[in-house]
Design a protein around this ligand. Structure first.
Ligand code: PLP
Length: 348
């Protein structure tokens, strides 16, 4: 069969859906907002002990041990917790389950690039709502779309700005359908977020990830809280066995035993982000305010700078023509010697 014929086998709208570009293969990867200090110690130990344990068997269908740990930590019932193969998975399954093909999802612009992609994969139409001039989400405009799902992200990405919780509460109180709040960077903002309140708020799903502060991006673990009927619906959409046995064991260890390590690394990431911000300003850049473990630096030279850093073994993430911002590069805050290397390359 020719390539041309094979192309016609897929759903027609898939031609316009991009395949995510592969992550950079470089010495220092400051492009994905992961934990650059590495894996938390108890999670690493759990992985070493369990390399082959139970691998001949299927994992627990819905990762019950992880659910119990999250439920206890957050202070909600276990029936108010869903897990996934990354929080990506939870977002994808929620979009599929809470909007029918052809219905709309309101998405801030810019935000997490995967959200419009998952929407279109599920035949749900993303309605992009520009951020306000202060880079917070425009909650009134998002409500005004009347969309079946409203996606909120606070702190947002790649614009690392938080939106006041009162504005988000107004959305939750007035939305016609599901409100999906992505709190991937909440640990760095030092904000409580709405994880604990989600089940009582009826239409709210709050997603967290172990890929950022918790240093487990390679294992793909995410979770979310909501009222039990929402959780059950997402589990139907998601299917069983999505969190593998090793990932579940490491995630349980991280959430129960690594709290101190994670808290210390989060504090270091925030301190180094502030130092990096000052260093970049001394070079004439003006990063946007940040509540996360990264900076967004608007500059017409974003792609040139990314290429220059790349030649020195450092990856940052350049963005083209972000709405209301223009070209910009995003850089993850990590151990200070790495930040120093970035500043030295930029000075040269
Ligand atoms: C990184 C990120 C996620 C998450 O990822 P998983 O690795 O799939 O858990 C989700 N939302 C935002 C905004 C992110 O930046």
């Amino acid at each position: 069969m020719s390539r041309l014929e094979a192309d016609h086998l897929a759903r027609p709208d898939f031609a316009a859906i991009p395949r995510y570009s592969p992550g950079p293969d470089v010495e220092i990867n400051l492009s994905e907002n992961t934990n650059l200090w590495g894996t938390p110690p108890a999670a690493a130990a759990a992985l070493r002990e369990g390399v082959t344990a139970g691998v001949a068997n299927y994992p627990n269908m819905y990762a019950d041990s992880l659910k119990r740990v999250v439920a206890e930590l957050v202070g909600v019932g276990t029936d108010c917790v869903v897990t996934g193969n990354g929080s990506d998975d939870v977002i994808d399954c929620a979009i599929r389950a809470f909007a029918s093909p052809g219905e709309k999802i309101a998405v801030p612009d810019p935000t997490f690039v995967m959200v419009p992609v998952f929407s279109r994969i599920n035949s749900v139409i993303p309605v992009l709502v520009p951020l306000k001039s202060n880079h917070e989400m425009d909650c009134d405009a998002m409500l005004a779309t009347g969309a079946r799902i409203i996606y909120l992200c606070s702190p947002n990405n790649p614009v690392p700005v938080s939106t006041p919780v009162e504005a988000m509460r107004k959305v939750i109180a007035n939305a016609p359908g599901l409100v999906l709040l992505d709190e991937a960077y909440a640990e760095f903002a030092g904000e409580t977020g709405l994880l604990r309140e989600a089940p009582a708020l009826q239409r709210l799903l709050v997603c967290r990830t172990l890929s950022k502060a918790y240093g487990l991006a390679g294992l793909r673990v995410g979770y979310a809280t909501a009222a039990p009927n929402i959780i059950e619906t997402i589990e139907k959409s998601r299917g069983p066995f999505k969190v593998n046995a090793q990932a579940e064991r490491a995630a349980v260890a991280a959430l129960t035993l690594d709290h101190e390590w994670v808290t210390a690394r989060v504090a270091e990431a925030v301190a180094n982000r502030i130092r990096l911000d000052a260093g970049l300003r001394s070079l004439g850049f003006v990063p946007l305010p940040s509540r996360a473990n990264f900076l967004l630096v608007p500059t017409p030279k974003a792609f040139e700078i990314a290429a220059h850093l790349r030649r020195h073994g450092i990856a940052v993430r350049p963005f083209r023509a972000l709405t209301g911002i223009g070209d910009a590069f995003r850089i993850t805050a990590g151990p200070w010697p790495l930040m120093e290397r970035v500043l030295a390359v930029l000075r040269s």
